[in-house]
Design a protein around this ligand. Sequence first.
Ligand code: HSE
Length: 337
Amino acid sequence: MIRIGLVGTGGVGRALMDLVGERDDMKLVFALNSRSGVGDQEGLDPERLCGYLGENRDLSGFGEEGFGVWDIQEVLQRYHVDLLVEATPTDKRTGEPATSTIRVALQNGLHVVTANKGPVMLHYRELKDLANGKGLGFGIGATAGAALPTISAGENDLLGSRLLGIRGVLNGTTNYILHLMETEGVAYTDALRQAQEEGIAETDPSQDVEGWDTAIKMTIIANALAGTDLTLEGAQVTGITQLTGEDIMAAKRDGKRYRLLGELNLEDENPRVVVRPLMVSQEDIFFGVQGKNKGVQYMTDNLGEIAILGGASDVRGAAAAIIRDILQIKKRIFRKV
Ligand code: HSE
């Protein structure tokens, strides 16, 4: 039985509670949000907790199990867990408070799985080295495409080959907007609203439409799979906000369509992430990536070009990516559980 502690009770955190509740090999021991927490060493009832969170954010009112302001070190002393899931909102400038929480969990001997892009983009090497030094797992699949297995496929299936380049349609929100504008003639602002209603846009949707979410995911993938130390500072990022309905319809008349594409040539002396809307023709691997779906293409020295398509953005998919990371850790190093 894998005992899990969760930090972050937003959409992804709650979807994770649902998925853990459907399994008999995991139990949720504590859940924390910015103000409060709830814990039971025997395991919380995820359904009851999700129901409560639908109405309340303050977990201190959740019966005897609830408590107020917490300190992660104290929580880890009070409850025994094998693995911490960190799923709080991203701060891409500082990566805090999530980075500190993850560091403390690893220092306390816990495996960590995170859905939070900030700490991974800014501190991947440090956190991964800390985990490796202690024989712990550090799962980051949910930060870079989530349901689309960019990291797990890269870590497992590119083994022994060198990564030469990466191309990716990695943002479901912009792909959905472009899809609605092209296929249904929906205006940009209405399409963005629909993406927000579907719950896939970032809290600040400029992260999606101005291309930063794609740039962050490209950076994370490169640093994790190719050992680079890229930051956003070197990235060249253009979003879809300047694209007009007329641009999209003109491309359509030519049998083409726009995709917000991230590209990185790792053979450059100074590789840098480039994100921009590109018109692609039917021959392009990303032409058929429709709606909220995404895709990644790896160029390698010995395995040729490998593409993975699909993995639509949604909270249940993101939670499933966390479960996938937990099970990968279990398979590799979790033998005692
Ligand atoms: N806002 C992101 C997307 C989801 O639209 O793909 C989380 O990465």
